[in-house]
Design a binder for this molecule. Structure first.
Ligand code: ADP
Ligand code: MG
Length: 323
């Protein structure tokens, strides 16, 4: 199958009907109608074989993840997703890979009504770049900039599951008594759920927000740097799934929760006077939100154990070009 056959495969499986797509896949550019009184929110994220996924990852999972990591960036801005572009580089023409990739991509795209409206298909080392576009009412986007000393810090869902799956598959670190990686951990790694509903609910409530893609310490550190504040976390309050807690000892769970990447949960700050509203706000959303610390005057992020001692981690979080 040639380039255009592969594009037709993607088009047939991923083009969602949307009134605001004036012209989708097939012309030199997509033509899109941005709704009145909306700001366009745009992001792009790349997955590279061997860096962001293991070489034997299932194509369906790659399709899902390539879109999910981008929708997670839109979620962190409080945006409503609308459109996506896909730049796909493949070592060879693998029609079967593209079909399976498109199935995973469209499975998630359908859940949020996201239309694939264009992209590029080239030959080379396996690499996937998705651009996602969404909307936010003017002035309502969540950013990394508004955290103030005294704000409460929350995180959605649970932390550490995805990196635990990576340690299992890549390094054979499976946890006591296990011979395979627990399915729930694999799901966390392969099928992250972008917290779109949480991001929308936090508009006008959160003072700052970020998605936890590189690890909680690293990503909360970005909020602190942009807001000119520090953060103190209660390590005992970190939300850890039952599966993770049953698989690894307590210290390992805390370490993975603080420094493990690929979580795609939202970490956000809220004025302490409004912290009590969060439980009600999240009651109708399919993920919880846990209070894990507070913003302080100063700089940097520290995590404290039950005795008030600083917790050190094996790594500070993922960073490209740091090796
Ligand atoms: P051009 O040569 O004008 O850049 P292409 O031949 O690269 O156009 O692409 C033809 C059409 O297919 C364009 O509308 C482009 O956006 C779309 N397209 C190409 N690759 C992809 C892809 N991987 N996913 C979605 N759309 C794609
Ligand atoms: Mg092109």
């Amino acid at each position: 199958m040639n380039e255009f056959g592969l594009i037709d495969t993607l088009r047939a499986r991923c083009a969602q009907p949307r009134d605001d797509v004036v012209l989708g896949i097939g012309d030199d550019s997509a033509l899109l109608a941005v709704p009145d009184r909306r700001q366009l929110v745009a992001c792009a994220d790349t997955l590279v074989a061997g860096i962001h996924f293991l070489p034997d990852a299932a194509p369906e999972d790659l399709g899902w993840r390539a879109l999910a990591v981008n929708l997670s960036d839109l979620a962190a801005m409080g945006a409503e997703p609308a459109w996506a572009l896909l730049a796909l580089t493949l070592p060879q023409s693998y029609p079967c890979f593209v079909e399976r990739f498109a199935d995973g991509f469209s499975e998630l795209a359908r859940q949020y009504g996201v239309a694939l409206v264009g992209g590029d298909t080239t030959e080379g080392p396996l690499s996937i770049t998705v651009t996602a576009l969404g909307f936010v009412p003017p002035g309502r986007a969540l950013t990394r900039r508004g955290a103030r000393a005294g704000d409460a810090i929350f995180v959605t869902g649970t932390l550490g599951d995805a990196v635990a799956a990576l340690y299992g598959l890549r390094d054979g670190v499976l946890g006591a008594g296990r011979t395979t990686v627990a399915p729930a951990l694999l799901t966390a790694m392969n099928r992250p759920r972008p917290r779109i509903a949480a991001g929308l609910a936090l508009r006008g409530v959160a003072t700052a927000c970020i998605d936890v893609s590189d690890g909680l310490l690293a990503d909360l550190g970005h909020i602190c740097a942009e807001s000119g504040v520090g953060a103190e976390l209660d390590a005992e309050a970190l939300p850890i799934s039952n599966t993770l807690a049953n698989t690894f000892d307590h210290a390992a769970c805390i370490d993975m929760a603080l420094s493990g990447g690929d979580n795609y949960e939202l970490c956000f700050t809220v004025p302490s006077a409004r912290a009590a509203e969060i439980a009600g706000l999240f009651a109708s959303i399919a993920c919880g939100a846990t209070r894990i610390g507070h913003v302080v005057v100063g700089a940097g992020v520290v995590a404290l154990d039950a005795r008030g001692n600083r917790v050190t981690t094996r790594s500070a979080g993922w960073e490209h070009f740091a090796h």
